[in-house]
Design a protein around this ligand. Structure first.
Ligand code: FES
Length: 98
């Protein structure tokens, strides 16, 4: 199985390697990433991140994620709800504080 690398703009955290298709919310913790999770179902916005770089395009936003992000940050197409992302490429993430 392919491994994907998740790195962070906050250099306090080392990159994390996850299996292809892994759900970020099941693998990222307060110990290994700056990203926090609340609801884990795409309704609270705690896990909001900016995708700073991606090796290949990430999986599409779900309809619910699209609706949430369009309401909250309509002009920030690079933002995602980390809990809704199943990883399919190497990415670098920046936590967004609202
Ligand atoms: S953890 Fe609530 S939206 Fe992602």
């Amino acid at each position: 199985m392919n491994k994907r690398q998740i790195s962070f703009t906050d250099d306090k955290y080392e990159p994390v390697e996850l299996p292809d298709e892994a759900c970020l919310s099941e693998h990222l913790t307060v110990q290994n990433s700056p990203i926090l999770f609340g609801c884990r179902i795409g309704i609270c916005g705690t896990c909001l991140v900016e995708v700073v770089s991606e090796k290949d395009p990430l999986t599409e936003r779900t309809e619910n994620e699209k609706e949430f992000l369009d309401a909250l940050l309509p002009d920030r197409k690079e933002c995602r709800l980390a809990c809704q992302v199943n990883i399919n490429t190497d990415i670098k993430l920046k936590k967004i504080e609202l």
